[in-house]
Ligand binder design. Structure first.
Ligand SMILES: [Zn+2]
Length: 152
């Protein structure tokens, strides 16, 4: 399993334990290169999902990608890894229960944004700044104004 932080190939499993009443197995991993810690989850899949990218191409849904997005957005933030896992599980379940097995990548990005918004404001801004691909400083300011309006 590749390290999501530095891309190093060699990560060590620290421990494995059942997750969500035995519906999955969680492994704690440690990167020998950058010393970061992260979790991976092996679980039952409710159904196969396909992601439709912006350019119209399709690819299989990748749960790990959502985990990586959240882990990176919340790096060094005061959010417990358990809460991150629960959030990923909730997002995936929501997607798997959708009527259509094909999901636009924007819809997934939006779910991740919604989740981060309730988990951690800094993580939310980090993710949104990448996801929305702010090209101009003005775009970002407008986004921040929108955030403040939502709060008040
Ligand atoms: Zn690493």
């Amino acid at each position: 399993m590749k390290c999501p932080f530095c891309g190093h190939e060699d990560t060590q499993v620290k421990d494995s334990r059942p997750y969500d009443d035995g519906a999955g197995i969680r492994r704690r991993r440690h990167c020998t290169n950058c010393d970061e810690r992260f979790n991976t989850l092996e679980r039952v899949q409710l159904r196969e999902l396909t992601v439709i990218k912006r350019d119209g191409t399709k690819r299989p849904f990748d749960r790990d990608k959502i985990m990586r997005s959240l882990t990176i957005a919340l790096r060094k933030r005061p959010v417990e890894s358990d809460r991150i896992e629960q959030a990923v599980a909730a997002i995936v379940k929501k997607l798997e229960l959708k009527v259509e097995p094909e999901i636009a990548s924007e819809a997934i990005g939006q779910e991740v944004m919604n989740t981060l918004q309730s988990l951690d404001p800094v993580g939310y801004i980090r993710y949104a700044s990448v996801y929305r691909d702010f090209r101009e400083a003005g775009d970002f300011e407008e986004f921040m104004r929108g955030l403040q309006q939502q709060k008040s």
